[in-house]
Ligand binder design. Sequence first.
Ligand SMILES: NC(=O)c1ccc[n+]([C@@H]2O[C@H](COP(=O)([O-])OP(=O)(O)OC[C@H]3O[C@@H](n4cnc5c(N)ncnc54)[C@H](OP(=O)(O)O)[C@@H]3O)[C@@H](O)[C@H]2O)c1
Length: 228
Amino acid sequence: MKLFITGIGSGLGKALAEEALSRGYEVYAMSRHLPEGLRGKVRFKRCDLLELEKVYPAVVELLANVDSLDLVILNAGILGKFGDTHDVPLYEMERVMDINVWANKVILDALIDLNIPIRQIVGISSGAAVNCNRGWNAYSISKAALNCLLKLYAREMEGTHITALAPGLVLTPMLEEVMKQDEDRYPSVSRIKESPKRTPEEAARLLFDTFPRLFEFDSGSFVDVRKI
Ligand SMILES: NC(=O)c1ccc[n+]([C@@H]2O[C@H](COP(=O)([O-])OP(=O)(O)OC[C@H]3O[C@@H](n4cnc5c(N)ncnc54)[C@H](OP(=O)(O)O)[C@@H]3O)[C@@H](O)[C@H]2O)c1
């Protein structure tokens, strides 16, 4: 079994790569950082997804000798500057869109052009795609756009099952950043603090158990693990 995953430097992506290895996957990964514990265990291509022009050749190089993929996880993502949309400059919002949306467009184009059969693609989305709570500005927009992007590709990639999957609350550096924000101004912050959360390792196990169940949903669907 072969997995291609983006963003394994920390948090959920690192735990997903570890879980995949423990389940016998051969792991191909693209990220800026390769954690110590994954050295020598994954086929790794260093890539900063902000440098969009380097993403396509990086995918092609990493997957040059791969004849099929069982699973692709588009995990890499950034929160961006938390705060009111009015206060966030456009260039900051563009960075979030570049990593959370456009890098995934480039990756999917490269995967199609490589002509590798792919059984399943899961894009890591978020409840923020539909909640649009105060403070989440570009992140919410980017995850809504990601859901739409994946639905569009689902119509074009007929042999591949695609899902935008919200993983629930996971205690990662990204969520820790959210929990530092002003609870009075941004009420979703206190709701998150009070809600149950999973460790990245628990979430990775849950997600791997969930991937086969995603075939019950139409390709292109947005699914929240908390609702199935
Ligand atoms: N934590 C949650 O509760 C939660 C909830 C809903 C959705 N999510 C989603 O889950 C995914 C993982 O987030 P996380 O919570 O695990 O946060 P995280 O610990 O901040 O992880 C972000 C990941 O994205 C990669 N990344 C960031 N910037 C990158 C860049 N410029 N180029 C390449 N890779 C980059 C990082 O790897 P490198 O540093 O190696 O580049 C890292 O592995 C994201 O898509 C996030 O939106 C998380």
